[in-house]
Design a protein around this ligand. Sequence first.
Ligand SMILES: [Fe+2]
Ligand SMILES: [Fe+2]
Length: 261
Amino acid sequence: MEQKKLIDEVEALRESFDSTTSQIIKDLRRQEKIMVRSDQRQQREYDELQLQLDEIKRLNKEIEDTQREVLLTVGGIGETRSKETFNHVRRVAEYSKLLALKMGMGIEEANLLKDASPMHDIGKVGIPDSILNKPGKLTEAEFEVMKHHALLGYEMFNKSERPLLKAAAIIAYEHHEKYDGSGYPRGLVGEEIHIYGRITSIADVFDALGSKRCYKEAWSDPEVFSLLREQSGSHFDPKLVDIFFDCNAEFLAIREAYKDE
Ligand SMILES: [Fe+2]
Ligand SMILES: [Fe+2]
């Protein structure tokens, strides 16, 4: 009798164990379904965010590319007004980037300089054609007017908060300063001249001397090189002249890649 009671109790226990277990299994299954659903939802949300992020990145690149293209074109306008070729600003851009990198500047800043340096002569849009395109030497009064292009270029961009346009303002303002203080418009000396100005100056002169202009023939390489050497420390930052000669082949390769038609 005692035995039967025990069996009943054990069976009752097993039933309650079974029902509890199946309840637990049911709960676990439900929980699993919920988790799968929320995983799928999270995955969907993540995918959507990723798509939006890609689109933002694309738009951002588009804005940057547009900015760069506009600057290059506007810089080209400044140069064509004085009958220089569009490739002149491209070459100056590449030389400037190369000098910046060799000076130890980071790639981002070197690219900023590359994009801003084509604007160095943008102020020439405000200089009369009679002076810009005059064959032969300018009179002193005409040269005073010509010098004004540096300040004009600066004033076009200096109110902007954009790093690229700020850099363009500095370059326009300081690309005719000379290391010994004999340049214009402010007669800054040595490292008072912003590194962007010092770099664009040598890039611009190297290219201008080797090209034909309305007031002069193109110089030969030995003539250009001896002027750069001679002007190291007076017109140009000597560190940059050294870099120019250390990496001469790279400069000539740029000139070849962007040569005038
Ligand atoms: Fe200039
Ligand atoms: Fe130039």
